[in-house]
Design a protein around this ligand. Structure first.
Ligand code: BES
Ligand code: MN
Ligand code: ZN
Length: 484
């Protein structure tokens, strides 16, 4: 799909998306198509009045006009705007639209400017166009839509198209790798995807560590999780350098990459276990963000780390009761082999100390408890650094890729006490999303750190089962905001 911003392309389009406001007030573009009073006539006969959710369709010469009710100008929420865009684009596609001029740019979203109108519009259209039919014999019908031209032009509009296109691309890459089945998307597959990113930009180099290298580094917690699987663990490190000072401290993003999590010896119940192929969505997110970054060429130094691994029960698997020597020296008693993400992450978080990070943000489908706490709309945010937490929260509000901070006070550490080791890998029944974060905090003392628990937000269940590509938008926005 091709996206651009241009206010003089109406004649090039086969389909135009436009709005009418409450009380039948025509938008500027709707006025242009009302030469002979065609739209006024539609309003008069009650076909459309401008109420939010209404839709009407009109042919004029060789062009189609999709008219939408937009309610009162200036009162639309971000969510309503996305719904409006979706409705309009679906109607356009039903008519086999190829080239669309999108004049929904004339809607003022509450407390948002044109930049965000285009950001939300483009990202919604790209998400709507996503299909994953790689493994279907019968492929989906090809999308007729080839080009969307946002009816606007200024520096803001062009920047919005650029940012949104890059994020949409990152989201697509994240979804593709996340939706891929676990017999194909193994830790090695993840590392090959990471490696292939090198070809897209000279700004990025990828290093992959296998189990031998990890053993030499003392990453014994990470390796313990992997022991039950025949698929070798792979830790991929993607280094993106584009800062005027190449030695400037990097921002490090770490993604949990469990390509399948059966729970290990503490085996999960069978129902919905297939969804544990999505336990690599943290890594998919980091991979998506690195793709967006390569596209945007932001002047930053960023390191993305994909912690690839698989958690299966087996004669060689680690057990409840085992005590593990982590890379930073702390010992951990395993009380549940299904709390594996934090074991993979704790060694990865120690590993990244060598980069002397400006800050480290890990992204992980870490706990079911986070979904209980926040539902499927907000990612959980845990941090030992108020400034970093605020920057991430702000990016989440801006992008509407929502996150909500959970408290991380000293008390929670007490839940992680073990009779036999320095730490236990689980913290008991209550506050599971926080105790998981508290566990990780023991391994992040050398830098500013935040953790995003995306167990509820990374994929959808049921008939719409599929990866969401979240929080690629949030994190890419965070990076955009870091550019001085
Ligand atoms: N990958 C899961 C978390 C998860 C569960 C994400 C369900 C999304 C949906 C993680 O490895 C896990 O199993 N966590 C356990 C921790 C518990 C044993 C302390 C959980 O949440 O049940
Ligand atoms: Mn688990
Ligand atoms: Zn897991």
């Amino acid at each position: 799909m091709k996206y651009s911003a241009n206010p003089t392309a109406l004649s090039r389009a086969d389909t135009i998306l436009s709005v009418i406001f409450d009380g039948g007030e025509l938008s500027a573009t709707a006025q242009q198509f009302d030469h002979a009073g065609e739209i006024t006539a539609l309003i008069k006969c009650g076909e459309i009045s401008g109420k939010f959710g209404e839709i009407a369709f009109l042919r004029q010469n060789n062009q189609r006009l999709v008219l939408l009710g937009a309610g009162k100008q200036g009162e639309m929420s971000e969510r309503q705007f996305k719904q409006l865009t979706q409705k309009a684009i679906q109607r356009a596609k039903e008519s086999q639209a190829k080239i669309v001029v999108n004049a929904l740019t004339e809607v003022n979203i509450k407390e948002r400017d044109l930049y965000w109108n285009i950001r939300f519009g483009l990202e919604t259209i790209a998400a709507d166009a996503y299909v994953f039919d790689q493994f279907k014999s019968q492929k989906a019908d090809a999308n007729p839509l080839q080009e969307v031209i946002f009816h606007a032009q200024d520096a803001q509009a062009e920047r919005a198209v650029q940012h949104a296109s890059a994020i949409a691309l990152g989201v697509k890459f994240a979804k593709d790798v996340a939706n891929c089945p676990p017999n194909i998307c193994t830790p090695a597959y993840l590392s090959e995807q990471a490696k292939s990113l090198e070809k897209r930009t000279a700004l990025l180099t990828t290093t992959v560590l296998g189990e031998k290298e990890m053993a030499e580094l003392g990453m014994n917690a990470y390796l313990a999780v992997s022991r039950g699987s025949q698929n070798e663990a792979k830790l991929s490190i993607l280094e993106y350098k584009n800062y005027p000072n190449p030695n400037a401290k990097p921002i490090v993003l770490v993604g949990k990459g469990l390509t399948f999590d059966a729970g290990g010896i503490s085996l999960k119940p069978a129902a919905e276990m297939d969804e544990m192929k999505y336990d690599m969505c943290g890594a998919a997110t980091v991979y998506g963000v690195m793709n967006a970054l390569a596209e945007l060429e932001l002047p930053l130094n960023v390191i993305g780390v994909l912690a690839g691994c698989e958690n299966l029960p087996d004669g060689n698997a680690y057990r409840p009761g085992d005590i593990l020597d982590t890379m930073n020296g702390l010992t951990v008693e395993v009380l549940n082999t299904d709390a594996e993400g934090r074991l993979v992450l704790c060694d990865t978080l120690t590993y990244v100390e060598r980069f002397e990070p400006e800050c480290v943000i890990d992204v992980a489908t870490l706990t079911g408890a986070c979904v209980v706490a926040l539902g499927q709309h907000n990612s959980g945010l845990v941090s030992t650094d108020d400034e970093l937490a605020e920057a991430l929260f702000n990016a989440s509000v801006e992008t509407q890729d929502k996150a909500w901070r959970l408290p991380l006070s000293e008390e929670y550490q007490e839940q992680l006490k073990s009779n036999f080791a320095d730490l236990a890998n689980i913290g008991g029944r209550w506050g599971g999303a926080i105790t998981a974060g508290a566990f990780l905090a023991n391994f992040t003392k050398k830098y500013r750190w935040a953790h995003l628990d995306i167990a509820g937000t990374a994929w959808l269940q049921g008939v719409n089962k599929g990866a969401t590509g979240r929080p690629v938008g949030l994190l890419t926005q965070f990076l955009i905001n870091q550019v001085k």
